[in-house]
Each structure stands twice: as C-alpha cells, then as structure tokens.
Design a protein. Structure first.
Length: 174
C-alpha cells in the first residue's frame, strides 16, 4: 500500500482530494478579516503543506493553487501540513490571474511577495482589509501576468547574509 514510501507504521487509503472553488474562499463564514494565500508556480508539495499549515495557524481562510504547473494536495503536502489540510480549504483555479481579478472585484487587496517589492512588509498597513497574498516560485518569483494583477508588490526585509527565503517560510512570515 505504501509502495516503499517512508511512513510511521500506519497507512490509510483515502479518496482523491476534493478542491474547493476559489470563490468559496471569498464567501467563507470564518470569523475575522478574510485572508487568502495564492500560490504562483509553487511545485514542491512540501511547500504547499507548510503554507497550508501557516494559513491555518494564523486564521487564514484558505489557499489557492493553479490547476497546472503547481503542487497539488498529495500525500507529501498532507503530511507536511501536520493535519491542517483537514481544516484549511485548498481551492484550485484554472486561471490564477482570473481568480485574482475576481478577488479584487470582491473587495480584496492583492499583494505579491517579491524581493524587489515597492514596500517592505512592516510598512504594509492592510490588517483591516480582505487580503490575498500571492507567493511566487522560489526560482522565478511571480509570473509577469500575476505580478501585473497585484495591487502592490511587497518584500520581506532580510539581513544581507541571507539571499532569499523558502516559499513556505516567506508565506509564514507574511
């Protein structure tokens, strides 16, 4: 059943993951200001799992992943989420740019994370507005169209000894 995968003495066979629709996250009945994290080109399922875990830990409403060229909710993502994947919805968007535009139309402010951001994270004052945080891939960052769709590009200040952050860590810090 485990096909040689590393496990801890327990295996379960479950049906395929059922993704939410991106609009479901905007209509969430969860308390607090809506917070959605969108992933642009994140292909490592462990990063997806870590991001789902952070979104759950900080009261986020869910995660949006593109249906193509992106990590999905695999066993590795579930394991890395440490159970958060059972509580935090992951939505799949056939077109990430269109999903971001829909969030903007619904009153969300869309920020993209990039080392070359217009503003550093501590200077961003949006805690009272519905927010979408877009995290790009570690190698390429945000794609051009996604970057152009963002309302603001934000960077995380770091000491000069660190080149960059892992995508999962950057999402957690943000």
């Amino acid at each position: 059943l485990t096909d040689g995968a590393v496990h801890q003495g327990l295996a379960a066979q479950v049906p395929p993951y059922e993704y939410a629709h991106p609009k479901d996250l905007a209509d969430s009945q969860l308390p607090g200001v809506p917070l959605v994290v969108a992933l642009d080109g994140i292909t490592d399922p462990r990063n997806l799992g870590a991001i789902v875990r952070s979104v759950g830990a900080f009261g986020g409403h869910g995660v949006v992943v593109p249906s193509r060229r992106s990590a999905g909710m695999t066993a590795a993502a579930w394991k890395t989420s440490a159970g958060a994947a059972a509580r935090v919805p992951v939505a799949q968007a056939s077109n990430l740019v269109r999903a971001l535009e829909d969030y903007r139309s619904a009153g969300f402010f869309v920020i993209g994370l990039d080392m070359e951001g217009d503003v550093e994270l501590p200077g961003l004052e949006l805690a009272t507005s519905p927010l979408v945080v877009v995290v790009g891939s570690e190698g390429k960052g945000l794609s051009r169209l996604v970057r152009e769709t963002c309302d603001q590009i934000v960077s995380i200040p770091m000491s000069s000894s660190a080149e960059s952050l892992n995508a999962g860590i950057a999402a957690g810090v943000t």
